[in-house]
Design a protein around this ligand. Structure first.
Ligand SMILES: NC(=O)c1ccc[n+]([C@@H]2O[C@H](COP(=O)([O-])OP(=O)(O)OC[C@H]3O[C@@H](n4cnc5c(N)ncnc54)[C@H](OP(=O)(O)O)[C@@H]3O)[C@@H](O)[C@H]2O)c1
Length: 265
């Protein structure tokens, strides 16, 4: 029987997940189709799963926390992150996972000797990445524009600062998880402070994909090794695809087809 997959979000029309998953499904000869579903209310995810007989789904902004709450069971790092970006239906139960964080980790494996990381931003992506990196034994600091989201990180034992109480220092890796640079040409932090941090830093990653953001441009100017969020996107999709099909297909094949799909853009 053919399976139905979808991505839940709002907005969701820009998502490239249907392209990369459908291309991979077709290339592997799987019997499935991947669509997109815009919702006004994340609480409806559960109802849609059962009324449309969906086998699996990705979840994007702003419903990852809703998805965490409505699953019957949570697996892996999603328990700590309290946000779910991948759901499968098994025996009529919804099982939730987070593949953003391990996807990010895969994407930085090529960088040697990372021990200390500064994360710019304190939203959902910052939570996922920081918790995963901390579990891997890295020393993670959070720096956010405002104070309001820092409580979560302080409660989890992170060093967490707002712009007003931060003293610049150096790190092995700086990650931009803010949306500065996504639809504008803003830096995620005042230029002098950011330059001060980056001048002694080895690597810079922006989770925004397919774009040389002002953050990455500045880091390149200061001779850092840089990378955008494309690899993170690819790896989170590879891990989700493995979960959707219960690890039936080889990771290397899934990765190759997802790369091929992205080249079509
Ligand atoms: N590559 C991938 O696979 C992937 C996966 C997931 C997400 N992403 C990207 O990650 C980014 C963040 O997503 P999210 O869900 O974590 O967002 P979010 O939960 O809305 O958090 C946004 C964060 O950015 C900060 N911010 C927003 N505009 C800013 C600005 N102009 N200057 C400085 N800080 C600013 C906010 O600070 P305040 O707290 O002060 O408001 C907040 O900490 C998006 O660009 C998204 O596309 C990429």
């Amino acid at each position: 029987m053919s399976k139905l997959f979808t991505i839940f979000g709002n907005p969701v029309s820009h998502s490239i997940s249907p392209l990369i998953h459908n291309y991979t499904i077709k290339s592997l000869g799987a019997k499935a189709c991947y669509t997109r579903t815009r919702l006004d209310d994340g609480a409806k995810i559960r109802d849609r799963f059962f009324s449309l007989d969906i086998s699996g789904a990705n979840v994007t902004v702003p419903f990852k926390e809703d998805a965490f709450l409505l699953c019957d069971k949570i697996e892996g790092i999603a328990k700590e992150i309290k946000a779910v970006n991948t759901i499968v239906k098994k025996d009529n139960k919804l099982i939730g996972y987070n593949t953003d964080a391990p996807g990010f980790y895969e994407s930085i494996k090529e960088f040697d000797g990372i021990k200390s990381v500064l994360i710019l931003g304190a939203g959902g992506t910052a939570k996922a990445i920081s918790i995963f990196l901390k579990e891997k034994g890295l020393n993670v600091t959070i720096l956010n524009r405002s104070e309001k989201r820092l409580g979560f990180f302080k409660d989890m034992g992170f060093e967490a600062y707002s712009w007003s109480d931060y003293e610049p220092t150096s790190y092995d890796l700086v990650v931009n998880t803010t949306s500065a640079g996504l639809k504008d040409e803003n830096l995620p932090l005042e230029e002098n402070i950011l330059s001060n941090i980056l001048k002694d830093t080895k690597y810079a990653v922006d989770v925004i994909y397919n774009k040389q953001t002002p953050f990455l441009k500045l880091a390149r100017k200061l001779n850092l090794h840089t990378k955008d969020g494309t690899d993170m996107l690819i790896y989170q999709a590879v891990l989700a695809f493995e979960i959707f099909f219960d690890r039936k297909y080889k990771r290397e094949d899934i990765k190759r087809y997802i790369f091929e799909a992205l080249a079509l853009l």
